[in-house]
Design a protein around this ligand. Structure first.
Ligand SMILES: C[S@@+](CC[C@H](N)C(=O)[O-])C[C@H]1O[C@@H](n2cnc3c(N)ncnc32)[C@H](O)[C@@H]1O
Length: 225
């Protein structure tokens, strides 16, 4: 898999502030219902949903408000290595990159081939590695790219619609790869993810994010806590 270039963060501007800046020329626009997105991106996401509804699990990408909650819950401002499961068309991916330090790495694992191909061409950032594959193989993908144990794994993949054995394998894999004290943050309409991940990571902190279509639960686990 290849590592793509992306817009470098703006020098001299704190990353927390960067996410509050207006989009640069040629960058997608921000909206409450869909974060930083173009209509083209929303259409691509909708097409992905129509083709694979159970796999994509939502008709519209995450909101900007949800993106910022995820950034805080996963403590991305001080992360060194981050894994994103199910980046979709990349709204969350861009938000994570804006928040992450300049020397951090983001491994984005996307099952949908069209979404993965789109991410490689639309996001150019040397910190980003896009892999087309399943979250069941996080450990192998990290090793393939010489990446260390992640400080954070963020996931929007729908645990409620996948086969139980797949969901269980993914939860076990996340618990296995996380660095000590690392965070697993999952945003989901349903609570199935908690049944799987709590087996390996213990009790989660649970919150609701209402400024999203639809409102979602945000679960946060801390490895070793
Ligand atoms: C609800 S969408 C989230 C998209 C984006 N992160 C957002 O929040 O707008 C879920 C994504 O997970 C991907 N996905 C589903 N199962 C997966 C798996 N086993 N491994 C990796 N990605 C998966 C889908 O293709 C889809 O892009």
């Amino acid at each position: 898999m290849r590592r793509d270039d992306h817009h470098a963060p703006q020098a001299g501007v704190a990353r927390a502030e960067l996410s509050e800046l207006p989009p640069a020329a040629g960058q997608p626009e921000r909206s409450v219902s869909g974060g930083l997105q173009t209509w083209r991106e929303r259409l691509a996401f909708l097409r992905g949903f129509v083709a694979h509804p159970g796999q994509v699990g939502s008709v519209i990408p995450s909101s900007h408000v949800l993106e910022q909650r995820l950034v805080r819950s996963a403590r991305l401002l001080r992360a060194r290595c981050v894994v994103e499961l199910g980046p979709g068309t990349g709204g969350t991916t861009r938000a994570f990159l804006r928040a992450m330090p300049a020397n951090a790495q983001l491994l984005a694992i996307e099952l949908n081939e069209q979404f993965a191909a789109r991410l490689r061409t639309s996001i150019r950032d040397p910190r980003l590695t896009v892999v087309n594959g399943s979250a069941e193989s996080i450990d192998r993908f990290l090793a393939d790219h010489g990446l260390p144990a992640p400080d954070a794994v963020l996931s929007g993949i729908p645990f409620s619609t996948m086969p139980r054995e797949v969901a269980d394998r993914i939860a076990a894999e996340i618990a296995r790869v996380l660095a000590p004290g690392g965070r697993f943050v999952a945003y989901q309409v349903r609570a199935h993810v908690a049944d799987y991940a709590s087996r390996y990571l213990g009790k989660a902190r649970k919150e609701w994010e209402l400024v999203n279509i639809p409102p979602v639960r945000v679960f946060t686990w801390t490895s070793g806590s």
